[in-house]
Design a protein around this ligand. Sequence first.
Ligand code: SF4
Length: 294
Amino acid sequence: MYFLSDVDHKLLVNKLLPTSREVGISLELRGWSWSSAPLKPYYDDVKIPMYLACSKYCPNNRDVFLNRVQGKRGEINFNVSQGIGLHIAVGRVMGDFIEGKGVPFEDWWAENYTKISNKDWVEPMKKHASLAWEFALTNCKAALANKMSEQPYASDRDTMATALPFLIEHKLNGELVGLSGLLSIDCYDYLHNIVFDLKIADKQEEWHKLYPTGYAVVIESIYEIPVDVGCTVYLSFKDDRLIVKRELFFINDDLRSWWLDERDQKLEIVAQRKDPGIPSKCYEDCIYWKECRD
Ligand code: SF4
């Protein structure tokens, strides 16, 4: 999932990195500027998870009100369930591989499927999880084999750390910038300094870039290192085939300002317990449809 293709590498080296060096980022929009405006959250005592800070599913952000103010959980549908399940599957197989361990897919599935799938979705969920699992595992093995063949005197640890330079499901505290203390990044590539976000979707949306942007800001707030590149990885399925697309981008001032605007709007809804009302048109797959529309 998180290995760049030849084309991705060309884009990174010839376009995104030169642009980020040339254009730069405004100092006040770096995460390490968290103690002053505009990074400093207006409400000190309210924290929200990253998925709500970045979500643009509800045009009025009423999902934030329902979830954080009214404590509603919504009704999980297939797409949401598949998203959760595939994140768990990919995180598990890659995390295990990097730690030098692993279980066969069938064993993992038997142990976990009741947590990620209701009885109506078992078959498609299993098929898709299996495709994503095998794809991730095959790529991990190939990357490690390639690196081993290049460096005969490197230690096993060194080879793994450079073949797969990934922190998978890396845990972060987002409290300095108004977020939850228990954030989890799908993947952070610490050699190329790229934040990855996995999406199970066949349609790319500009606002999906908000997730890597938010995580870049959080990394900067904690580790005080610049993170200038993000990548959204899209998984979708066509018949029995897994389709993977990556969208690499420069986390520029515009994206950072947009992310801050979203964060501030949502913190305000929670802090002021303000119901933003129901928009004229709702997202059809919304898990809160029954709360708002029935
Ligand atoms: S049903 Fe409509 S108003 Fe309610 S949270 Fe979903 S998109 Fe927003």
